[in-house]
Design a protein around this ligand. Structure first.
Ligand SMILES: *Cc1c(COP(=O)(O)O)cnc(C)c1O
Length: 384
């Protein structure tokens, strides 16, 4: 019997402890494990970098949520990304969505490039462009999809791109941080690897940095497991506990945050101060139809352009009371930021650069009337 997603979020990785009956997985801090004779491991655990029971519980939880067979936990989303990068050999080419998370682009462009791995960017939401990029004589080894993308919320057709990538012999990776497995399950759509910044919706409370990877491929999982240990980018047991604690409420948090986001996106679109709203739940969004097919809900991230330009945008983001001006996203509280000088500063001089008047909102689970009133007051205060 397969449980529904909401049930899985509550129960995955949380078998009551057979010895104590504890309902919540223990935070196992021990860095080493007694052997019954050389190599006689009781629970398969030997040394804390190689494996830890709390981490194993989190890893089994992401397997359940992403409908995979292997899960790996890391110290951050970028540590998870780096471990996927370890799958590439010098000389390999990588194809990325053209508005991937700034830190992902920085890692590819500033670090992997030094090791002979080159990265091309293309608008993967444009299937003709994706087909051209994947159909050449020397196809990339790996395709990196982020959907919805950050900060423009572009929607990439995961199954179409994964099919093109498979035909070209490339591994498909989907950064599923914005959608979460509640809204979209990339492995079901043909992706080989799914990666998360667990810092965002999975943790959900702005109190833990973490990364996760899930896959159905034994071969990829074996190499990732090797590098997780060899490069040591592992999360602490306490961090694993916090991510799991957040994951328990993922479905209810996402339902509420997405409903708030849909209401605010429609309201923002009606404001004269706003020249454009990017939210895949709006009929005006070019990816709306695809999002409706591929995602359970259009998510809780949105961005919009202020008609008054950069000066007004800077005043606006400093004028809210409930929306906190801060980087990051995906938690219970609403956040506001200007991507150009903040989250996307690392791509300022590249073709991934974003408009200085673009405001990004991470919608939380507060009462939507209070969030709307807060934005309304900020419009008034910033002479938008
Ligand atoms: C935050 C983020 C990352 C990086 O994750 P960290 O946990 O900050 O290392 C990667 N991808 C996306 C989409 C993100 O939002």
């Amino acid at each position: 019997m397969t449980d529904r997603f909401e049930t899985l979020t509550v129960h995955a990785g949380a078998e009551p402890d057979p010895r104590t009956g504890a309902v919540v997985p223990a935070i196992q801090m021990s860095t080493t494990f007694k052997q019954d004779g050389v190599g006689g491991l009781r629970g398969g655990f030997e040394y804390g970098r190689s494996g830890n029971p709390t981490r194993a519980a989190l890893e089994s939880a992401i397997v359940a949520l992403e409908n995979g067979t292997h899960g790996l936990a890391y110290a951050s989303g970028l540590a998870a990304t780096q471990n996927i990068g370890f799958l590439l050999e010098p000389g390999a080419r990588l194809l990325m969505s053209d508005d991937v998370y700034g830190g992902t682009w920085r890692l590819a462009d500033k670090v992997w490039r030094r090791y002979g791995i080159t990265t091309d960017t293309v608008d993967l939401a444009d299937l003709d462009a994706a087909t051209a990029a994947l159909g050449g004589e020397h196809p990339p080894r790996m395709v990196w999809i982020e959907t919805p993308s950050n900060p423009l919320l572009k929607i990439v057709d995961i199954s179409a791109v994964a099919r093109l990538a498979a035909a070209a012999g490339a591994t498909t990776v989907v950064d599923n941080t914005f959608a979460t497995p509640y809204l979209q399950r990339p492995l079901d759509l043909g992706a080989d690897l799914v990666v998360h910044s667990a810092t965002k919706y999975l943790g959900g409370h702005s109190d833990v940095i973490g990364g996760l990877v899930a896959t159905r491929s034994d071969a990829l999982a074996e190499r990732l497991r090797f590098h997780q240990n060899a490069a040591g980018s592992v999360p602490s047991p306490f961090d694993c506990f916090l991510v799991m604690r957040g994951m328990r409420t993922l479905a209810v948090r996402m339902d509420r945050a997405a409903a708030n986001a849909a209401a605010l996106a429609a309201w923002l679109e009606s404001r004269r101060e706003v020249s454009r709203v990017h939210y895949p739940g709006l009929a005006s969004h070019p990816g709306a139809e695809l999002a409706a097919r591929q995602m359970r809900l259009p998510g809780a991230m949105l961005s919009f352009e202020l008609a008054g330009g950069e000066v007004v945008a800077r005043r606006f983001v400093a004028a809210t009371r409930l929306f906190t001006l801060a980087e990051s996203l995906g938690a219970v509280e609403s956040l506001i930021e200007l991507p150009a000088p903040m989250t996307h500063a690392s791509v300022a001089d590249s073709r991934l650069a974003v408009s200085p008047s673009l405001v990004r909102l991470s919608i939380g689970i507060e009462a939507v009337e209070d969030l709307r009133a807060d934005l309304e007051a900020a419009f008034a205060a910033s002479d938008a």
